[in-house]
Design a binder for this molecule. Structure first.
Ligand code: URA
Length: 230
C-alpha cells in the first residue's frame, strides 16, 4: 500500500496532515526517511512518525469524559479514584489524559492513546481556547477583564499569561477563555485579585464541546469529525 494511504487510513491523520508529515520528512519506513507519497508499505514494514512506531494492531482511540468532582486527573493514585476508574474499555491502561483538571474541577476531559494528537491539542502553539465556567467567592469587577486580556505575570514560571477573554455572567460568575494550560492557571488568575474560585467547570477545548448528554462520570468515544476538527 502507498504510504500516504496507509497514514490517512489511520484515524489520527487526515490527508493534509499526511502530506505535511511527508514534506517535513517525519515519516520513516524500516528506518529510512521517506517523503514520496508513493513509497510502498509492505505487510511487515515498520512505519514510524516522529520516531513513534505505528502499530496497526492497536487502533487509535479517543474519548470525552465529563469529569466529576473528587476524582484525580491521573491514571493511577494511591488514595483517590482516578478518571481512568470511570472508563470501562479494553486496553484502557494505554490511555492518557490530554489536559489535566484539578481534583474538584468538573467538565470536559479528553483521553486517548494517540500521543501525537494529544500533543497537538495541548501544546501552547496550537492556541486552542479552553473555556471555563467560573464561580468565585468575591464579586468580579470590570477590572478583571482588562487585566486578563493584558496578561498576568506568573513569577514561578517567569512568564506573562497569554491574552485571555473574560465574560462576566453575574456578580460572582464568569466564563473565561484561555489558550494555555498552566498549573492551576484559572485559580491563579483570579488569585491575582485575591478572589477564590469556588467552582470551576471546563466547557470546551477548541471545537470540542462537552456533550450535554453526558452526566458527571460518563464518557463516550469521539466521532471522526471531532478527532480531526482542529
Ligand atoms: N485552571 C485551574 O486552576 N484548575 C483547573 O482544573 C483547570 C484550569
Amino acid at each position: 500500500m502507498r504510504v500516504d494511504r496507509f497514514l490517512s487510513n489511520l484515524p489520527r491523520y487526515n490527508r493534509q496532515q499526511v502530506r505535511l508529515l511527508l514534506v517535513e520528512k517525519r515519516v520513516r519506513i524500516d528506518g529510512k526517511v521517506v517523503s514520496d507519497p508513493h513509497s510502498e508499505v509492505l505487510e511487515f514494514s515498520r512505519v514510524e512518525v516522529d520516531e513513534q512506531v505505528l502499530q496497526p494492531g492497536k487502533p487509535a482511540r479517543y474519548f470525552m469524559l465529563h469529569k466529576p468532582q473528587g476524582c484525580v486527573s491521573a491514571t493511577r493514585d494511591p488514595q483517590h479514584p482516578t478518571v481512568l476508574d470511570l472508563i470501562d474499555e479494553p486496553d484502557k491502561d494505554d490511555l492518557h489524559i490530554a489536559g489535566r483538571l484539578d481534583f474538584n474541577t468538573t467538565g470536559l476531559m479528553l483521553l486517548t492513546n494517540d500521543g501525537n494528537w494529544s500533543r497537538r491539542l495541548t501544546q501552547p502553539q496550537t492556541k486552542l481556547p479552553k473555556v471555563y465556567h467560573v464561580e468565585t467567592e468575591q464579586e468580579i469587577s470590570a477590572e478583571y477583564a482588562l487585566k486578563f486580556a493584558e496578561g498576568i505575570y506568573f513569577a514561578f514560571e517567569d512568564l506573562t499569561t497569554q491574552p485571555a477573554h473574560l465574560q462576566v455572567l453575574g456578580p460572582k460568575v464568569a466564563r473565561l477563555s484561555i489558550v494555555e494550560g498552566r498549573y492551576h492557571q484559572v485559580k491563579r488568575m483570579f488569585g491575582y485579585f485575591d478572589n477564590k474560585v469556588l467552582r470551576l467547570h471546563r466547557e470546551s477545548i477548541g471545537p470540542l464541546q462537552l456533550d450535554n448528554a453526558l452526566k458527571p462520570g460518563e464518557y463516550r468515544a469521539l466521532c471522526t469529525e471531532e478527532i480531526h476538527g482542529f
